[in-house]
Design a protein around this ligand. Structure first.
Ligand code: KG4
Ligand code: ZN
Length: 357
């Protein structure tokens, strides 16, 4: 039986009272599959693609080929680790976008075929919403605090930097965003300028631990309202290093810790300034962070400190749920499942678009 869109939820679930949702994520360079039982993670398998390292960034064509190679083993492993047969699944949730079209196509096509074959509902998920909904995931045998609505979420990844006003699971409004580079891109580009491997964010984070964040000063952008800009910072970092390298060929190597700590401090200062402004403007004290850059140790510290100082209740995701993963897609799928918000087999991926689908 294929449930038409908007049909009655299957939530009495053959008397089970719970739903097993398979999530599939393939928007960029991670192939991931996960199983949730309601909001509890039963498995979360991620295959990273090392193939991009030597190019210093994700090569879209190589990414989609790697997804094709990885997707079946990753799904197989996710079911195995969850200890279930595919016949026990209640729905298949997948990332529809935003992301790289060729990469998304692999996950979307697989999800469609899998749901059709199993005769279970298909659920499309917005990748950016899912990063935020990762806050509702529970690890087995653990209960972590979940944000109360409405809350603000600073969503910082390689492709996005947004301040999102989250009214409920699916009503999300972007109240501030970058007008050029994303925060993750700022980390990655600064790392590339320093000759560090891709992705540079975690490398800068690690090097910064032994550096002085006040060693070098970089200018902060002046951007109106709650928006961000990071391209000027990248340019000033580039020119600064070009000038220093003229005097000393080894300048980067000698100063890599201080350079990392200083650029990281500037990126975080920029992020926090607008986040505080947004919290003030919307009178919201429930503050979350999400996306790959939310793994950054200094950002996690800055949010906690701001929370102590300003009386915020802060929500910082477990490391496993910061970067791209399918558990966040599966849990977003679960909330849609409760609403019988199912997707037609005609669905196609989208590369760019808002936070709402
Ligand atoms: O959310 P994500 O995995 O993929 C996208 O949807 O873009 O985010 C990837 C981004 C990359 O730019 C990576 O450098 C950054 O997150 N990132 C970090 C850290 N870990 C990942 N940036 C700073 N510090 C980290 N520890
Ligand atoms: Zn992401």
């Amino acid at each position: 039986m294929i449930l038409p869109q908007g049909s009655i939820p299957n939530l009495t679930l053959n008397g089970k009272g719970m739903a097993l949702i398979l999530g599939i994520e393939s928007s960029c360079d991670d192939t991931s599959a996960a199983v949730v039982e309601n909001t509890v993670m039963r498995s979360n398998v991620i295959a990273n693609q090392a193939v991009h390292e030597r190019y210093g960034g994700v090569v879209p064509e190589l990414a989609s080929r790697a997804h094709q190679k990885n997707i079946i083993p990753v799904i197989h492993e996710a079911l195995k680790q969850a200890g279930i047969e595919r016949s026990q699944l209640d729905a298949v949730a997948f990332t529809r976008g935003p992301g790289l079209l060729g990469s998304l196509l692999v996950g979307v096509s697989f999800a469609k075929a899998f749901a059709l074959g199993l005769e279970i509902p298909l659920i499309e998920v917005n990748h950016m919403q899912a990063h935020i909904l990762a806050h509702f995931l529970q690890q087995p045998n653990e209960t972590s605090a979940i944000p109360r609505f409405p809350f603000l979420c600073l969503t910082v990844s390689g492709g996005h930097t947004q301040i999102v006003l989250v009214r409920d699971h699916f009503h999300m409004e972007v109240v501030g965003k970058t007008i050029d580079d994303a925060a993750g891109e700022a980390f990655d580009k600064a790392a590339k300028i320093m000759g560090l491997p891709y992705p540079g964010g975690p490398v800068i984070d690690r090097l910064a631990r032994k550096g002085n964040p006040d060693a070098f000063q970089f200018p902060e952008p002046r951007i109106a309202e709650l928006d961000y800009s990071f391209s000027g910072l990248k340019t000033s970092f580039l020119y600064f290093l070009r000038d220093r390298l003229k005097e000393d060929d080894d300048f980067i190597e000698k100063n890599k810790h201080d350079l990392s700590a200083s650029i990281q401090k500037t990126i975080i200062k920029i992020l926090m300034k607008k986040l505080k402004l947004a919290a003030n403007r919307y009178h919201i004290d429930q503050i979350a962070i999400a996306g790959g850059v939310s793994a950054n140790s200094a950002l996690r510290r800055a949010i906690t400190e701001a929370g102590n100082e300003l009386g915020w209740k802060t929500y910082i995701p477990a490391f496993e749920f910061t970067t791209d993963n399918a558990a966040m897609i599966a849990v977003a799928g679960y909330f849609k499942f409760l609403n019988s918000d199912f997707t037609d087999q005609k669905v196609a991926p989208f590369a760019r678009g808002g936070i709402s689908i």
